[in-house]
Structures are given as C-alpha cells and as structure tokens.
Design a protein around this ligand. Structure first.
Ligand SMILES: Cc1cc2nc3c(=O)[nH]c(=O)nc-3n(C[C@H](O)[C@H](O)[C@H](O)COP(=O)(O)OP(=O)(O)OC[C@H]3O[C@@H](n4cnc5c(N)ncnc54)[C@H](O)[C@@H]3O)c2cc1C
Length: 387
C-alpha cells in the first residue's frame, strides 16, 4: 500500500494548482456574477491537456485514469475554481463514450473533449422521477432509421456551453416489450430541443436548465453504442467517475476554505497580542473540518485506485462513500471557515461565503446523501430496500 502519488501525478498536481491559482476564486466569482463562463480557464486547461487526462491517447487524451482527473478537479477547486462541468464532460461523457460508444463515436467526440474544444453534458434527472431513475419518462421511439425523443429533464448543467447532451431515455425492448434505458448523443441545437434557465442560489459560472424534448429527431448513430444493449452498462459506467470527481471537487473546495480561514485566524488579533486562532473555540472547529476533508481525500484516493484497477464493484462502494464524505466535509469546511472569519466571512471579497450554495448543492447532487446512505445500508449492511 502506498499513499504517494507517482512522479507524473505529482507534476500534474503542481501544474494544475499553479494554473488554478493564476485564475483564482476572484476570477471564478467575477465570471459567475457577470453571467459569464470560465472560458479562458477551460480553454487553457484543455490546451495543457488537463481536461483529457483520462481519455485514451489514441483519441488525443493523456491516457491516464480517474485518479488523474480527480487530481485536476481537486486542485482547481482548491484554488477556488470548482468547475462542475469537469464532472459532466470529461468524467461522465468521456468515460461513457470511451467504454461503450462505437468506434465512430469515439473518433468523433473524444478528441474535442480531450482538448476542451467540445463539451458534452449529461441529462438524466426528470421532474417526475427525481431520485427514482426507474420512473424515467423520456421515451425514444424508432421511426425508420431515426429515433424520435420526447420528454422533460431538469437541473441539467451547462447545456448553454455544450455541443451535445447525452440524454438518458427509454426504448421499448423488442423481445420483452419492457422499457429499457438507452443513451443518445443529441446536438444541443437539434430541432425540438428547447431549454429554460433555472434561477439557482449558487454562485457559479455554470448554469442549470430545464430541457424539453418535443419530437426531437436524431439519426440512428446518435444512439450510444452498437445496440440498445449498451444502454444499461453505459449508464452505470458513468456513475463511478461522476461520484469520484465530484468528491474530489468537494475535497478541494474544503481545502480552499480551510486555508483561507487559517491564514486569517493566525494573524487576526482582537484581544491584545494573541491571534483569534489561539482560541480553541476558533481553531478546533477548523482542525475538525480539516480532519474530515483529509479522511474524504483518503476515500477518494481509494475509490479512484480501485476504479482505475478495473474493480468496478468495489469502486462503486468506495466512490459512494467518498462522495458522501466529501460532500459533508466540504459543507462543514465552508460553514466553519465563514464562522471563523466573522463578518469578513460573509464578504464577497474574501471569497468563502460565495461557496455556501455550491457546497450545499454538493449534498444533494449528483446523488443525494440519503440515496448514498440507502446504497450503503442495502449493499454494505445487507438491509432490506425501503423503496
Ligand atoms: C447544482 C445542480 C446541478 C445538477 N446537474 C445535473 C446535471 O447536469 N444532470 C442531471 O441529470 N441532473 C443534475 N442535477 C440533478 C440532481 O442529480 C438531482 O437534484 C438529485 O439527483 C436529486 O433529485 P431531486 O432533486 O429530484 O430530489 P428528489 O428525488 O425529489 O428528493 C428530494 C429529497 O428526498 C430525498 N429522498 C428521495 N428519495 C428518498 C429515499 N428513497 N430515501 C431517503 N431519502 C430520499 C432526497 O435525498 C432529497 O433530499 C443537478 C442538481 C443540482 C442541484
């Protein structure tokens, strides 16, 4: 067992950290408040190869794994730039296409995802289904060689920045007549696909949308994979990378908040000569949050290592636990940092309260803490399913 990164991973960490710090949280907030995207940072990260670290080299990527992508997510977040679309485009879409797409789909989509010139977002959540994906109501009907999609999706991140959206729909299984999942690569400018932006209380340059699919017609090769049988495994293929990278973003955000608060409390003096950090009522909560973040990081490392070793089932348990731990730790760290900073903590300029909405959302999305607890209760503790 080793807790050390390889030399290359270390270099990647240092380089991404330097890039993130060059932009910083001020840049992230400025873009968010102006209703703009972090295009400069995304483009530069793509050019330097950081967005494609997990994509195979034959498609223009770095040939690494989710361990490397988690490093990118964590270090950008630790620099105050938690980019949610890293979770959607390189983690979910690139993994699903690499593992279950056709060769033609890999050649068409992966190079753009690798260099950051293209983004593919992911649409599974529906208003009526919520956490219960068995209730998905978006249906794909065959019409000649084409597919025609109808349904509604909600909270879909980054549709305004993406060329395609990977839509999870259902088709009728010709042998059983039952509906089964199928994924479609739908151009965001397809006729019949419309969107409306949701107003969210999150300071983020990335937006969430309601998506309406009204008779969206796509050609046969928009279906992900060689046949309808690819749907279910493709859907599952995206889950572990999603959980591990979103956990890494949470851990990075937690580190950022604790660092900002610790710098401040070590030097701020309001009771004579001693810093406020010398009071344990201030330092212990920060130390406690730091322990929680570090524990989450360990679990992320374990989950990513298992995933990259091809041990998907074990990675599923570890990835869910990592996501849970990091979601809780990030929310605790940001809240604790705000408290330790006092009034300063609530200023936009100091850049900690600006993360409250994002870390709160991290306990709900992409999978809620309750659904992870359900998973652990059922699959680790052997409890009966309650729903
Ligand atoms: C910022 C943000 C970005 C998002 N981006 C995307 C995206 O890009 N693509 C996408 O497809 N989706 C996205 N989502 C949606 C997200 O995945 C869902 O919000 C999440 O899965 C929860 O679904 P829901 O909101 O419908 O909650 P519901 O399912 O309505 O649940 C509401 C509450 O009840 C709890 N609950 C539900 N069922 C149970 C149960 N059986 N046991 C215990 N508790 C339960 C939940 O944990 C939650 O706390 C995003 C959401 C947010 C907030």
């Amino acid at each position: 067992m080793t807790f050390d990164l390889t030399g290359e991973q270390d270099q990647l960490r240092d380089a991404v950290r330097a890039l993130g710090r060059r932009y910083g949280h001020g840049y992230f907030v400025e873009k968010a408040k102006a209703g703009e995207h972090t295009t400069e940072l995304w483009t530069e990260a793509g050019r330097l190869g950081y967005l494609g670290v997990n994509i195979p080299t034959e498609y223009g990527g770095g040939g690494g794994g989710i361990t490397e992508l988690a490093i990118v997510c964590e270090e950008l977040a630790a620099a105050g730039c938690p980019l949610l679309l890293l979770v959607v485009s390189p983690a979910i879409a690139a993994t699903v296409i690499t593992r279950h797409g056709t060769e033609e789909q890999r050649k068409r989509h992966l190079p753009g995802l690798a260099d950051g010139s293209a983004k593919i977002v992911f649409a599974i959540t529906e208003p009526e289904a919520g956490s219960n994906f068995h209730r998905l109501g978006t249906v794909a009907r065959r019409d000649g060689d084409d597919w025609v999609l109808n349904g509604r999706k909600c909270y879909i991140s980054g549709v305004d920045e993406a060329g395609h959206v990977l839509v999870v729909a259902r088709t009728e299984d010709s042998s059983t007549g039952k509906l089964k999942p199928a994924l479609f690569l739908v151009p965001t400018d397809a006729a019949g696909l419309t969107r409306s932006k949701l107003d969210m209380e999150i300071v983020s340059p990335e937006n969430q949308f309601l998506l309406y699919l009204d008779d969206v017609r796509v050609p046969a090769d928009a279906l992900l994979g060689e046949s309808l049988d690819a749907g279910l495994p493709a859907l599952f293929a995206g889950l572990n990378p999603e959980r591990i990278t979103v956990a890494a973003m949470g851990a990075g955000t937690g580190r950022y908040a604790i660092e900002r608060a610790s710098e401040y409390t070590a030097t701020r003096k309001v009771w004579g000569g001693r810093s406020i950090g010398s009071h344990q009522g201030v330092s212990h909560p920060l130390a406690h949050a730091a322990v929680q973040v570090e524990l989450a990081r360990l679990m992320i490392q374990k989950a990513a290592t298992l995933y990259d070793a091809g041990r998907d089932l074990e990675a599923g348990v570890a990835g869910n636990m990592a996501k849970y731990a990091a979601g809780e730790a990030a929310a605790l760290a940001v809240d604790t940092a705000v408290q330790a900073l006092g009034g300063t903590g609530m200023t936009t300029e100091y850049g900690v309260a600006t993360l409250l909405g994002a870390v709160r959302a991290g306990r709900i999305a992409p999978v809620s803490r309750e659904m992870i607890l359900n998973f652990v209760a059922q699959h680790v503790l052997g409890q009966e399913k309650s729903y």
